[in-house]
Design a protein around this ligand. Structure first.
Ligand code: DX5
Ligand code: ZN
Length: 212
C-alpha cells in the first residue's frame, strides 16, 4: 500500500486546523519537518506546533528531524504522540543506538540521507530501521526541484532490502508531485512526502488522489 504524507511545512499556518483536517480526511500520515538552523540552514517549528497538530490528528505523525543531536529529543517526540521518528545518518555519532532507542519507545525508526550520500552508507543500519527516507532534494527547504537521480537510488536500496529479506519501507521526500509519483512507486517507494504540490494546489484532495 502506498502512503501519502503531506509535509506540513507548506501548510497555511494561519489556518492550520483546516489543513490538518484535510490530511485527516484525504491522506495517510502527517510529515513534520523539524529544523534547527544548525544541521540545516533553516528553522521550521517546534513542539508547540507539533502538539497542536497532534491534538486533532487522526493519522500518524511522521516526524523528520533535521537537527544535530537527534538522540536528545527521542523521548520528547515519543511523549507528544509521534508514531514514526527519523533523523539524518550524519547528524549523530551513534546512529545504531538512536535507532534502538526510538524502537524501545514504541515508535518506528527511520534513517534519512541527503542526495549526495551514497545509499550504501545505510546498509550497516538497515536491520535497525523500519523505514528509510531518501531525500530527493537537499534537506532544509520546501519547494525545491526534484533530483532525477532518486529513481536509481531507490532501486539500488530496494534491491539490498530485498536481498536481506527485510521489511524496510522507502520514503521519498522533496519535490514529489503527480508527475513523478508513478516512477517513484515503480522504483520501489512506498511512502511519498509532498509539501508544495499538495498545499499550494487549488484542490489539495485532488492532488493527493493523483499521487495515489
Ligand atoms: C525538506 C523537507 C521536505 C519538504 C518537502 O527539507 O524535508 O519534507 O517540506 O516539501 P516539497 O514537497 O515542497 O519539496
Ligand atoms: Zn521532510
Amino acid at each position: 500500500m502506498i502512503l501519502i504524507a503531506p509535509s506540513m511545512l507548506a501548510a497555511d499556518f494561519l489556518h492550520l486546523e483546516k489543513d490538518v483536517r484535510m490530511v485527516n480526511e484525504h491522506a495517510d500520515l502527517f510529515h513534520l519537518d523539524i529544523m534547527d538552523g544548525t544541521f540545516v540552514p533553516n528553522i521550521s517549528y517546534g513542539f508547540p506546533v507539533v502538539e497542536a497538530i497532534a491534538s486533532i490528528a487522526e493519522k500518524p505523525l511522521d516526524v523528520h528531524l533535521m537537527i544535530v543531536h537527534p538522540e536528545k529529543y527521542i523521548e520528547r517526540f515519543a511523549r507528544v504522540g509521534t508514531r514514526m521518528l527519523s533523523f539524518h545518518l550524519n547528524a549523530t555519532d551513534k546512529p545504531a543506538q538512536a535507532l534502538l532507542h526510538i524502537r524501545e519507545t514504541g515508535m518506528k525508526a527511520g534513517l534519512v540521507i541527503n542526495p549526495d550520500m551514497p545509499v550504501e552508507t545505510l546498509y550497516p543500519y538497515l536491520h535497525l530501521c523500519d523505514y528509510i527516507i531518501l531525500m530527493s532534494v537537499f534537506a532544509g527547504f520546501g519547494g525545491q526541484r526534484f533530483i532525477e537521480d532518486t529513481y536509481d537510488r531507490i532501486r539500488t536500496l530496494k534491491a539490498e532490502i530485498d536481498r536481506l529479506g527485510l521489511d524496510v519501507k522507502i520514503e521519498v521526500d522533496g519535490g514529489v508531485c503527480p508527475d513523478n509519483a508513478r516512477r517513484l512507486i515503480d522504483a520501489g517507494a512506498e511512502i511519498l512526502v509532498a509539501g508544495s504540490a499538495v498545499f499550494k494546489a487549488e484542490d489539495p484532495a485532488k492532488v493527493i488522489a493523483a499521487l495515489r
